[in-house]
Write a protein that binds this ligand. Structure first.
Ligand code: ATP
Ligand code: MG
Length: 586
């Protein structure tokens, strides 16, 4: 099907007037200092994420508004801003009672249960940095991460403790306290742990938020491990400013919204946008404790009256794989904005949103290191499917080439590395234990992202690939995203991962791994058909030479296709760090 290259938007036709209508005007008007004035200072001065996310609502008219609605097998549990305030105060006091303070670090290893959210916000209140981990991590990745950040407290559940942490406890010498949430009432407490619900019940619900400075450490987030061993990115309290303004511009949050960020807090998205940004805006967030399930997700969107939905390409691909029937079986009259992050969003997926869900999907780009959304398709702006959008107000982005003598700034329509001018508040302030690596990310005033992009004449940025993934074949530089997007247009293809395979003649040849939508059979006829489609669209030089069918592609816990693993397996090389691989040891 031939589709237009642009989805035109008219702000007047949008049901809710968007916060951002004129990007260029807003960019020139914007200042971070003015944004800072919109957040609340601490009584004695200073900035604290949790004070702005929770306390200021609890002390105002938003006190009885629902902050979180947790959906679990046991039913629904709601916490208002007022309740969240008193429970996070209790958590802060539990830490205080244990002598835990600013020099410590709290880790959380739990599913998306309320205590995870209390631990994150309660730790921030007393200035203790906090790091949520994926509950599915195995013992080794848990130990590595706690040791990297010298974790002193771990919040977990009894079963996760017994299954994973007990085995590595003697390998994490910095860990002084383990606070467990029992999975069942009256469960015996494992030796060497404390009962978190009992401690919370006994603690005071009044606490003075400590006077954190804007550049005090707040969050430790590990990168997804898509390209190698995960790095620990350090974030500070003033990151809240980025969460605040991007919640307004990119996610278009309005006070009555019901917002659903599907990411787990173990991935930076699930903290920046699953916890902080929606609370800063005083909206109601849905937290689904269960894993992906297409039927369930469609039910949540309808029954919870979700208005703004923030998800990831991997989830969208899985919904596409399940076919349109479950989407069409329900209506979603409240939903007005769908946004996505984490991987390039193929144009096919943007159109699928438009055609099957009735709304296009707004791709946006950022990284663990940037702490918040930097480049986005926003509600009132035209969407160019396949593009990640334009830099948000307060963000200056450029396309550069690095060399020993510095940076060359490249003109439009030229491939180069995406660079961001330093100065946005949620910029990471270091990689744990890797100062040299951190220093290598910067050149002068610019942070270098490691992603290759192109900017068009309208200022839209187009993702080409990660610097590590680009394929050099017979003199061509081929970005895997372009090839994958064309493969995704084939009606049988659910997802595609493309690698360069060493070749004597060409240097590298393009090899594609694809998984199929339901109802298609992986055979030679289909392989030839997909190859033919790719050749017609891309030309013989860029189209894959080989296609292999896989049941599913290897991916990280945050849902990203692990091309390095496809390549290592293809070449019979060691797989490297697989700690973040979905379905890996746990
Ligand atoms: P690691 O750094 O450990 O290899 P990772 O880079 O996948 O893992 P994250 O910080 O979770 O870890 O992901 C950021 C990266 O994800 C970006 O640098 C980019 O490569 C990719 N990404 C995120 N959003 C988009 C997007 N909208 N379009 C294209 N790529 C994206
Ligand atoms: Mg990265």
């Amino acid at each position: 099907m031939v589709r237009p290259t642009i989805i035109h938007k008219s702000p007047a036709q949008l049901r809710v007037p968007p916060n951002l209508t004129k990007l260029d005007a807003e960019r020139s008007r914007f200042s971070w200092a003015a944004a800072r004035a919109e957040l609340t200072e601490l009584p004695g001065g200073g900035l604290n994420i949790a004070h702005n996310a929770v306390t200021r609502h609890a002390r105002g008219p938003g006190r009885d508004h629902v902050a979180f609605r947790f959906l679990s097998g046991d039913g629904v549990r709601e916490l208002t801003y007022g309740e969240l305030e008193s429970l996070t105060n209790r958590f802060a006091n539990v830490l205080g009672g244990l002598g835990v303070g600013r020099g410590d670090a709290v880790y959380v290893l739990a599913g998306r249960i309320p205590e995870l959210y209390l631990a994150v916000l309660g730790s921030l209140k007393i200035g203790t940095p906090v790091s949520p981990l994926f509950a599915a991590f195995g013992p080794d990745p848990i130990a590595t991460r706690i040791n990297l950040g010298s974790g002193t407290v771990l919040v977990t559940t009894t079963s996760l403790y017994l299954k994973k942490v007990a085995r590595i406890r003697d390998r994490v010498p910095s860990l002084r306290h383990v606070l467990v949430v029992p999975d069942e009432p009256d469960e015996p407490l494992p030796p060497g742990t404390s009962d978190l619900p009992a401690l919370l019940a006994a603690a005071s619900d009044d606490v003075a938020v400590v006077p954190t400075r804007p550049d005090d450490l707040a969050l430790l987030h590990f990168t997804s491990g898509t390209t190698g061993t995960p790095k620990g990115a350090m974030h500070v309290h003033e990151a809240a400013l980025t969460h605040w303004v991007t919640g307004r511009y990119a996610l278009d949050l309005h006070p009555d919204d019901v917002f659903w960020c599907t990411a787990d807090p173990g991935w930076v998205t699930g903290t920046s946008y699953g916890i902080i940004a929606p609370l800063l805006h005083g909206v109601t967030s849905i937290v689904d404790e269960a894993d992906f399930d297409s039927e369930r997700w469609y039910r949540i969107l309808s029954e919870q009256h979700v208005t703004v939905w923030y998800t990831a390409p991997t989830a969208i691909r899985m919904l596409m794989k399940a076919g349109p029937a479950p989407a069409l079986a329900r209506t979603r009259p409240d939903l007005r904005l769908i946004a996505s992050v984490g991987e390039p969003l193929n144009p096919e997926a943007v159109w699928w949103g438009q055609e099957v869900l009735g709304l296009p999907i707004h791709d946006n780009w950022w990284q663990t290191e940037t702490g918040g959304i930097m480049i986005a398709n926003t509600p009132a702006s035209d969407i160019k499917p396949g593009s990640m959008g334009r830099p948000l107000p307060g963000v200056e982005a450029a396309v550069v080439q690095r060399s020993d003598v510095g940076l060359t700034f490249l003109p439009d329509a030229t491939e180069g590395e995406l660079a961001l001018r330093k100065g946005w508040p949620s910029m990471f302030r270091g990689y744990l234990n890797e100062p040299d690596r951190y220093a290598r990310c910067f050149s002068g005033d610019w942070y270098l992202t490691g992603d290759l992009v192109e900017r068009d004449a309208d200022g839209y940025f187009w993702f080409v690939g990660r610097a590590d993934d680009v394929i050099k074949s017979a003199g061509h530089l081929i970005g895997p995203f372009e090839v994958e997007s064309v493969l995704m247009e084939h009606p049988a293809v659910a997802e595609a991962g493309v690698i360069g395979k060493p070749d004597e003649m060409a240097g590298e040849v393009v090899k594609a791994f694809v998984s199929l939508k339901q109802g298609f059979v992986a055979d030679d006829a289909l392989r030839l058909d997909i190859l033919g489609h790719a050749r017609r669209k891309l030309g013989a030089a860029v189209a894959p030479k080989e296609i292999a069918f896989l049941e599913a592609l290897p991916r990280t816990r945050s849902g990203k296709i692990m091309r390095r693993l496809l390549k290592a397996r293809e070449l019979g090389l060691p797989e490297g760090d697989t700690s973040t691989m979905e379905g890996g040891a746990s």
